[in-house]
Design a protein around this ligand. Structure first.
Ligand SMILES: Cc1cc2nc3c(=O)[nH]c(=O)nc-3n(C[C@H](O)[C@H](O)[C@H](O)COP(=O)(O)OP(=O)(O)OC[C@H]3O[C@@H](n4cnc5c(N)ncnc54)[C@H](O)[C@@H]3O)c2cc1C
Length: 480
């Protein structure tokens, strides 16, 4: 509950831009994860000064505050797990400056990724991290999550593009981290620390991003396999050749079936497809294409399709981006996609072992169907669980599988999250992976947020299980 006096003070300077309407406090309690917790109030600031005032009030009354972009986080990062204030950036969505000659753009946190790229494309530039959620993800959310996507193999993740940040610290001061220069060796790289901190170390109110020129030309290759291991071997072989395409994506049969059902796309329905995006001059692409065809052929590809046609390339890329939201179409109306162990990252050479191992684990658990896809070229796999979320047995199976899968990932030298972050759902496994660095991270959190108000109870602070505050009507017979 928010104290009456605090609510009054908020209303005094925000007016209609603070809401305690039951519909709002309920809806803003969701993100794209399995969790839900009602907020107590939603605020819509318009400036860093207003953000500062709100944070100071939260400190004074010791009320939790959860920053929120579009709520597309998959592990509970935007769920106000301890209630309190949710801060939305819908009213801070201006592209403030496009400085092509300095290779940078300055934006407010509520700008949407695809809107930013539509603007930059007019100048022949783009902001490369390309999440599947690019049509909704805000730049503030992407920085806070260190989001990335298909092009990370060649271009890196959001953190690599963060030059400077304006941040309202949990104690209420406004700090400017980073620089507007391409090079920066001036002490601690605080902007890089805030990037990926999931709204637990401060609120980002302005972002300066580096930008890149658009590639000259692209072609896409679809290589189809009836053997998942050989498909994933093809990925390792392409990288080792050496060849670094713009993206190398993997989709297994469950994912292909789902996206074919949902969108009617002309993907081959086989055990696995590897989708390779080549870019450069026409000659570069021609040479790289020969290499890819040779490697895929050697590994037993049963079908190889190539397209440089814009309409077809867009259709394939959009279909690949739509895999996650299409998953519930796999077993129409019987099983639904839930986000659990969805985002592990591995050394690239371990991808074949991981894909094989995940399917082996799946076979032991009768209530779960597993879809495996992802940016396998950079070692990042997505595994999607399809279950009947009303069935407690399905949750028990899923929970066991998550543990077994992360044990495998950690044994193979991987990490629990490549891009979707920790939040609540992955926190217990991060403890397993990062035993000796957790205490240092907790000290940083305590130093910056002594009153523990900034998106509390997540990430380094989460010490409970994963099946908590579930959004589904299911009785698990214990903590729910
Ligand atoms: C269908 C689908 C596909 C996806 N594909 C990808 C993908 O390919 N790659 C990928 O990386 N992710 C992906 N995601 C996850 C998610 O979309 C990204 O993490 C995205 O960056 C979140 O942006 P958002 O605006 O929705 O942030 P939210 O979900 O609202 O918030 C995410 C986190 O950022 C914090 N935050 C938000 N704004 C601020 C701010 N101004 N200051 C401080 N903290 C803030 C929040 O507190 C929260 O911890 C996908 C999600 C879905 C549903």
């Amino acid at each position: 509950m928010i104290p009456f006096d605090m609510l009054k003070e908020l209303k005094d300077f925000l007016g209609e831009r603070v809401s305690t309407a039951p519909a709002d406090t309920y809806v803003f309690g969701f993100d794209a994860s399995i969790h839900h917790h009602k907020a107590d109030a939603i605020v819509f600031p318009k400036s860093a000064k207003e953000v500062q005032k709100i944070v100071r009030l939260c400190n004074k009354y010791r009320v939790p505050i959860t920053p929120r972009g579009s709520g597309s986080a998959l592990a509970g990062q935007a769920v106000p797990i301890r209630g309190g204030v949710v801060m939305s950036f819908k009213r801070m969505n201006e592209i403030k400056a496009v400085r092509i000659e300095d290779l940078q753009v300055i934006v407010e946190p509520g700008v949407i990724n695809d809107q930013l790229n539509a603007e930059l494309n007019k100048y022949g530039f783009f902001f490369p991290p390309s999440p599947g959620s690019g049509n909704v993800a805000t730049i503030g959310g992407m920085v806070a999550m260190n989001a990335s996507g298909m092009r990370a193999l060649k271009y890196g993740a959001t953190r690599d593009y963060v030059m400077a940040l304006e941040v309202v610290l949990p104690t209420g001061e406004i700090a400017h981290f980073g620089t507007h220069t391409i090079k920066d060796a001036s002490s601690y790289q605080m902007a890089k620390l805030i990037a990926g901190s999931e709204g637990t170390l401060g609120i980002i109110t302005e972002i300066t991003l580096r930008i890149s020129p658009l590639p000259k030309d692209t072609s896409i290759v679809l290589a189809a396999f009836e053997d998942t291991k050989m498909a994933s071997q093809t990925i390792s072989d392409i990288i080792a050749y050496p060849l670094i395409p713009a993206s190398v994506e993997f989709m297994d049969r469950v994912c292909l079936q789902s996206v074919i059902n949902a969108r009617g796309v002309d993907f081959p329905l086989v055990d696995a497809v590897v989708m390779i995006e080549l870019e450069g001059t026409a000659d570069d692409i021609k040479n790289d294409l020969k290499k890819v065809e040779k490697i895929a052929g050697k590994n037993g590809a049963v079908d190889i399709r190539v397209s440089s046609d814009l309409r077809k390339k867009t259709e394939w890329l959009e279909a690949r981006k739509a895999v996650l939201p299409s998953m519930s179409q796999y077993a129409k109306g019987k099983m639904f996609m839930v986000s659990l162990a969805d985002d592990m990252s591995l050394p690239i050479s371990k991808i074949p072992d991981a894909v094989y191992g995940f399917h082996k684990i799946e076979k032991k658990h009768e209530h779960v169907v597993l879809g495996v896809y992802g940016h396998a070229g950079d070692g990042n796999l997505h595994t999607i669980f399809l279950i009947d979320p009303r069935n407690p047995e399905a949750w028990k199976d899923a929970e066991k599988m998550v543990g077994e899968m992360y044990d495998l990932v950690i044994d193979l030298g991987g990490t629990v999250s490549g891009e979707h972050g920790i939040g609540i759902t992955k926190a217990p496994f991060m403890w397993k992976e990062k035993k000796d660095s957790m205490e240092v991270m907790k000290r940083i959190k305590r130093a910056l947020d002594p009153n523990d108000i900034m998106n509390p109870g997540k990430n380094v602070e989460w010490d409970d299980g994963i099946l908590v505050d579930l959004r589904y009507p299911v009785n698990l017979g214990g903590d729910e």
